[in-house]
Design a protein. Structure first.
Length: 343
């Protein structure tokens, strides 16, 4: 019996050690993946900076070439004019007709209008200065990017497990069984028109609500041409047409027509993004009154609503928008925070 107990203890210890090894391996894999992701993003910035520098130097070189060619052409024209004048004077000097000589002497004696070339110089540009300025700018960009990566890493401490609430889902919406995905179908499901349900707008809320502190979640928007994301007051009207604005209880960012991004302030703000986000992070600081949206993969801020005055419960808000004949059929996917997610 004692041998059996010892054997069980040893097996348990063996399993504990194996589990510990698995946990460490998973942590190492996540760390490596995050490291690769971060350094890849930084290297992309360096490559972009190098490309912009080369383009700028080539533009500079082309401008100098055009300027030099213009000066050469101007000089050649003046030289040609002088040579022509010289030839005419020489021919006139050989003339035996004194009257003809007197008639043309005054006009030929006056020097042709020429440019004062004494101060004209073609100085090569200081490409070293261009390079140094580009390096300084890249240094600032990398510094800002690293700060943003650190900030997003801190935000992960406030990650929440958001699931979609089927009681609020418009009847056109199809939710996955785990409540993490939603897309818009052409079929209108026969569902009870309870007061919580959106109709006719193709929207759904997260089950979770927040009335203090900070929270963060991420949503995959890859492959979509239209979507709406953000947070809303629990007390919003869910029926009829919706006007997305803070005064109506909505703090949202939208994509429309495949490439038009807007922050839905009371007066909408058009957003000029450097790249197409595939994953959007939403961060809320309830007490500070801030709702921020991030391009997760680029570790870049999309937009921040500031000076918000929250006094109600807030819910995550999702709209995959209309199917658009299949063009916008990709689902919105709430991203899990197991393994590598974001920065």
């Amino acid at each position: 019996s004692s041998h059996h107990t010892m054997w069980k203890q040893l097996l348990q210890k063996l399993e504990e050690i194996r589990e510990s090894v698995r946990i460490r391996k998973n942590a190492a894999d996540r760390g490596k993946a995050e490291g690769v992701k971060m350094f890849t993003a930084l290297m992309e910035l360096v490559q972009r900076g190098l490309k912009e520098l080369i383009e700028k130097m080539e533009e500079q070189q082309e401008a100098e070439k055009t300027e030099a060619e213009g000066l050469i052409k101007e000089l050649e024209e003046e030289i040609s004019e002088l040579m022509k004048r010289s030839s005419e004077v020489e021919q006139l000097s050989r003339s035996k007709d004194h009257l003809h000589l007197l008639q043309h002497f005054c006009s030929l004696n006056a020097p042709p209008a020429t440019k004062d070339w004494t101060e004209v110089m073609v100085r090569p540009s200081s490409y070293e200065e261009t390079v140094l300025r580009a390096v300084a700018q890249l240094e600032d960009t990398l510094s800002d990017k690293i700060k943003m990566m650190k900030k997003m890493k801190i935000m992960h401490q406030f990650a929440v497990d958001v699931t979609l609430d089927p009681l609020t889902a418009n009847p056109h919406l199809v939710l996955s069984d785990d409540g993490k995905q939603v897309y818009c179908s052409d079929v209108w499901k026969n569902l009870p028109d309870n007061k919580e349900r959106f109709s006719p707008c193709a929207c759904v809320l997260g089950k979770q609500n927040f009335s203090s502190g900070r929270f963060y979640f991420e949503v995959q928007v890859k492959g979509k041409t239209e979507w709406t994301l953000g947070v809303v007051k629990e007390s919003i009207n869910r029926k009829g047409d919706i006007t997305l604005s803070p005064k109506n209880g909505y703090w949202t960012v939208i994509l429309r027509d495949g490439n038009v991004y807007k922050a839905c302030e009371d007066h909408p703000v058009i957003l000029h993004l450097k790249r197409v986000p595939e994953k959007v992070g939403v961060f809320v600081d309830y007490e500070e009154g801030v709702v921020s949206f991030y391009d997760v993969d680029a570790a870049a801020l999309i937009y921040s609503f500031t000076h918000c005055c929250f006094t109600h419960k807030l819910h995550p808000y999702f709209s995959p928008f209309n199917n658009d004949g299949g063009k916008n059929s990709a689902p919105l996917i709430i991203c899990p925070f197991k393994g590598v997610s974001g920065w």
